[in-house]
Design a binder for this molecule. Sequence first.
Ligand SMILES: Cc1cc2nc3c(=O)[nH]c(=O)nc-3n(C[C@H](O)[C@H](O)[C@H](O)COP(=O)(O)OP(=O)(O)OC[C@H]3O[C@@H](n4cnc5c(N)ncnc54)[C@H](O)[C@@H]3O)c2cc1C
Length: 474
Amino acid sequence: MGPEKKYDVLIVGNGVLGYAAAFCLMEKNKDLKIGIIGTPDKRGAASWASGAMLASFAEIEKGSLDSEIEKYTFGLNRKAAALWPQWVARINAYADERFKLTLNFGTYVLHNTRADEADDENIAAIQEVLEQHREPYEIADPSTIKGYSPATEGRSLKILYIPNEGFIPSFKIRDAFENIFAKNKAIEIIPSAAVKITVGGKEKEIITAANAVYKAPVVILAAGSKTQELIDQIPEIKSRIPRQVYGVGTALILKQTSSGVTPEKVIRTANRGLACGVHAVPYDQERCYIGASNFISPVPEYHPRITSLYALLQSAMEQVHRLHYKSQVEQVLVGHRPTTVDTFPVIGETSIKGLWLVSGTKRIGLHMSPFYGGYVAAKIMDGKDTFENKFLPERKLFHTMTREQGIRKAVKHLKSAAYQHELHLPKAGWEDMVEEMLRKKVEKIYDDCGIKNYGIPPELLDMYRYGHVKEAER
Ligand SMILES: Cc1cc2nc3c(=O)[nH]c(=O)nc-3n(C[C@H](O)[C@H](O)[C@H](O)COP(=O)(O)OP(=O)(O)OC[C@H]3O[C@@H](n4cnc5c(N)ncnc54)[C@H](O)[C@@H]3O)c2cc1C
């Protein structure tokens, strides 16, 4: 064991939430001694595998604003969207010229027929919420969209253009933060993984895989899905915090070989059953990001599954640009969306003074990072709440659906997922048979798990089915 080192604040995790918290703390006091613990390869980081779209309206699904907690979450999402111009300016004030960020705007939302009718409902819901919020949008002419030329069977029925929905390649955000931290002597990047946490005394202690000991009165756990492994070491609180699992996502970076294939704006579908649909995010003049698959796993997976790659490659050629058939795959990214078992985040101080959590942001953590980073820093440094926080870590699970609603939603998601993966049915009443079969399967999971009074998020069915969400934790 090496000699111990002491800090004012230790942050475990080198994803966007750990970095955003570190940056906001640094802004408040540039001499604050901050240690950021994380392996240099950032294996499994959701942040650096993400697009990153800064989306609010395009993320709407039918029914996704029905409950109070979902409306509240959407309200936070809008607040985060409003922060981005200033956030980029704040980062740029510290970053060297070549790391300065540009905030880009504009998102096309495709309504095509490559999934099923759930898309019709989700597109209608997006349009309705845009209208309710008087958010500008227009119906786009497909022939005018740069980087959009789908295969014949992938053409759209309608395309919404939302001019204020933003995006920034996530690696640029990472590089800007790392440039800023490298210049500040009070911030130390600790290139290892935290393997042990002890929270008994006033000072919390972290031991890393390199057998070094780090101490601080304030520790922020922001290790994405792996935060769970550290929480599991703290018996006082581990059963009071919604568990996190791995929302494994794969994405590609494609380099065009024909000009005009790379889009200028985000081109995406609505969210689709069990995942976030297809999206192309411009990286530079000749590169774009194609995302993203999703499956929930109780354990991390670091390599892409063939089914994910297959679906992404096919979607890129069929739904975005037919000339992607000759694009080059420069990189395959795999990250773990930190997903709690009710899909809502865990943000703030625990009942152990000085122990903080910023995690569980699932698929909008990049977008939410200035908002949650700012909250944590203001609360630690000034004792002030920047918003009314309903996501404090030690909380009960939020149930937003009845059992019947949950079952119906799960059937809808499973069906949509099947169509995304090329389901073709005989035209002889098979739709109803498949739906009945799926309903029986879902009902059985609910019955086997003894779930009577509430619905569970469709993507988490298997986590319940295989006993990864214990009854006492629900
Ligand atoms: C494919 C994909 C696409 C996405 N697209 C978008 C999008 O377009 N817009 C959006 O807003 N969000 C998107 N998301 C979601 C978003 O990426 C996450 O919500 C967010 O990045 C989570 O950030 P985090 O810092 O909590 O976790 P992570 O980014 O996972 O970072 C955690 C870090 O901690 C490190 N770590 C793990 N264990 C330890 C340990 N024991 N000690 C020290 N360090 C550790 C990991 O290596 C990792 O680097 C996407 C996610 C994926 C996977």
